[in-house]
Design a protein around this ligand. Sequence first.
Ligand code: IMP
Length: 431
Amino acid sequence: MKTVAVVGAQWGDEGKGKVVDLLAADADVIVRFQGGNNAAHTLVVDDEKFILRLVPAGALHAGKVCVVGNGTVVDPIALMEEVDGLKRRGRLRDDSLLKLSYDAHMVMPYHRAIDHAREARAGSRAIGTTGFGIGPAYEDKMARTGLRFDDLTDFSAFKEKLERNIRDKNLYLKTLLKAKPVNGREILEQMSKVRTRLRRYLCDTAALLHEAVKAGRRILFEGAHGAMLDIDHGTYPYVTSSNCGACAIFGGAGIAPGELEAVLGISKAYTTRVGAGPFPTEIEGKLANMLREEGAEFGSATGRPRRIGWFDAVLARHAIRLNGMWGLALTKLDVLTGIDPLRIGTGYKMRAQSYAEIPPDRRLLAKVKPIYEEMPGWREDITQARSLSDLPANARRYLERIGELCGVRLAIVSVGASREATIVIENPFLA
Ligand code: IMP
């Protein structure tokens, strides 16, 4: 298959970065299509750790075209810092390989200020956002007051729009949110400094992708966050501000429905989430602490400890259905080594009612109790396994049961952080 999407099947942080990096080896073009630097994709290459927030993970392979599509919201300063960081480490040397959509919206310092001030005011109702201004930037996009990268082509018009926005936002910050206003002069100075550099990356990315599809090039779409953080299909309002599934590719990258051939969902062998909101299979106490330490479950974007839970087949089925997933990649199986017994959430119950799917009234997710199936664990080190037959029988049974409960093929299993620590059962680009 030539066009493949990688999307999160849980609440983000499923290990998409590693899988994208792995598949990028077989792709010509790698595309981000939604979200912003609230995403943080961690990759380990030759024992070197990289955290990519805006630049597609293809940047760690030489010669790949990396596209930041129109559906993303991009903090221009954060993007430049990330590019500089990569260049310092010998990556992304060729500027012509990074393509930024003219139509992508900019995240400005006032978006971050509003995000922070709202969360602080919300108290116990806070969403637990990353604080990077993502929600307020998408709000401006929909309100048609946002600044796009194409605005940089006429700097005096850009300046006028920016000044108008700053006036409005400062009024909102001061009077309604009782927060400190942003410094307009500083923002303008920063923008006039990075403008020339940014312009060299600007491109009609939808047209570029159209040509790439026509030419039969292999394209990898790199989703951010996960199905349960989707603005429509997730645990609203404890979600991010974009669609995070494959449906977002058509709007956010500009290829046509029908041009996407396969969706690979990424899920951990257990579950995590950061931020507030329902989490039916959540576990607390000693076991959760152990898994958090073992799996280094601290947010890559914010450093916050992640909440931990058992694998939830109900949520997985929800994500698989929404995305029409061709297959699932299961990550961090090695983190479960030594845990016995293991549990898998197979359904939910509330009083006499049981549910095989998420209850139609999503608010019930905060009240349901999971129905668990127990499975024996394993003690053997599995980090050197490179094929299913290298795994202990109980690990194989655990994977098989997840495949059965989800009704989807397991395509990839990850048993460690590095590129090599992977069992590739089926590569969608070679299928
Ligand atoms: P925002 O995207 O910063 O507005 O945050 C909204 C919610 O999405 C919060 O619960 C965040 O923790 C969560 N979130 C956003 N991006 C990610 C991600 O990449 N991984 C995990 N959680 C995320």
